[in-house]
Design a protein around this ligand. Structure first.
Ligand SMILES: NC(=O)c1ccc[n+]([C@@H]2O[C@H](COP(=O)([O-])OP(=O)(O)OC[C@H]3O[C@@H](n4cnc5c(N)ncnc54)[C@H](O)[C@@H]3O)[C@@H](O)[C@H]2O)c1
Length: 264
């Protein structure tokens, strides 16, 4: 039997990928790797200015990307996104559910509006996109790859103030496993990546501004066996693995990418 080359296995030419929250941070790290591997990438994000700049960067590097303004917590926006992508590219092969928020509010001070917003953006959104995109994938009949960005907090709490966030990410991990079961017969895999501390705009790009964030990061860095924050590309490379045929027999798994922090 002649094995395809590693280059061939990783090649995403002809594939279409949606990356939610792909305008910056971890999402942009994933966009860069998928585009470099040849995918046509649709950046679905709230932030148009950052999204346009991400598209510019990908195009300048010879890749293909477009921006579609989307609030992932709004089902109508997700439906419009899927209609747009299917019409433009005749299908969707890869979906990365990355958009997420992590406001630090101790449970005792949290109001129900904030709690619901965290659950909507981090979890309900993934139900909306997984449902709409998997239907398009099933219709096309060529399988697909769905990648959910959870967190080490899907397994173990990292800090007080993240109770709602941890509930959303534990929920997303459960949703990943169950949808993996439901979609496996259609050759659609659903896997998760659980990042540890990654330097992004959301975490102050490793340079926190608020005293609360500074204290958390200092405490966090001291606990990381690899003694550094992760880079968005550390997640981008694992997303490429899960989006490509390198992960051909994997579904319902969660890959922890945390510099060893869960060991401590
Ligand atoms: N950075 C970390 O240390 C870390 C660790 C574990 C998990 N994560 C997870 O990784 C994901 C990305 O985190 P990040 O640090 O890159 O965040 P970030 O804040 O740096 O970037 C998030 C992106 O998502 C977009 N976004 C936010 N709400 C949206 C919405 N409702 N609809 C569409 N787009 C929206 C933002 O505009 C932004 O472009 C999140 O799901 C987060 O929970 C991050």
């Amino acid at each position: 039997m002649k094995l395809p080359t590693t280059q061939e296995v990783i090649d995403l030419s002809g594939k279409t990928a949606i990356v939610t929250g792909g305008a910056m941070g971890i999402g942009l790290g994933i966009v860069r790797r998928l585009a470099q591997a040849g995918a046509k990438v649709v950046i679905a994000d709230l932030d148009k200015k950052a999204g346009d700049s991400a598209v510019k960067e990908v195009l300048a590097g010879g890749g293909q990307a477009v921006f579609f303004q989307t609030n992932v917590a709004n089902e109508k926006d997700i439906k419009k996104l899927v209609v747009f992508v299917v019409k433009k590219y005749e299908g969707i092969d890869i979906l990365v559910n990355n958009a997420g928020i992590y406001p630090m509010v101790p449970m005792a001070q949290m109001d129900s509006t904030t709690f619901e917003k965290i659950l909507s953006v981090n979890l309900k959104s993934v139900f909306f996109s997984t449902k709409a995109v998997s239907q398009a994938m099933i219709k096309k009949g060529t399988g697909g790859k769905i990648i959910n960005i959870t967190s080490i907090d899907a397994l173990h709490p990292s800090s007080v103030g993240l109770a709602a966030y941890d509930a959303s990410k534990h929920g997303l991990w459960g949703f990943t496993k169950n949808t993996a079961l439901e979609l496996a017969p259609y050759n659609i895999s659903v896997n998760a990546i659980a990042p540890g501390g990654i330097a992004t705009p959301g975490t102050g790009t490793g340079k926190p501004t608020s005293p609360a964030m500074k204290a958390i990061l200092k405490q966090f860095l001291a606990k990381i066996p690899m003694r550094r924050m992760g880079d968005p590309d550390d997640i981008g490379k694992v997303a490429l693995f899960l989006a490509s045929d390198l992960s051909s027999y994997m579904t319902g798994t969660q890959i922890v990418v945390d510099g060893g922090v869960l060991l401590t």
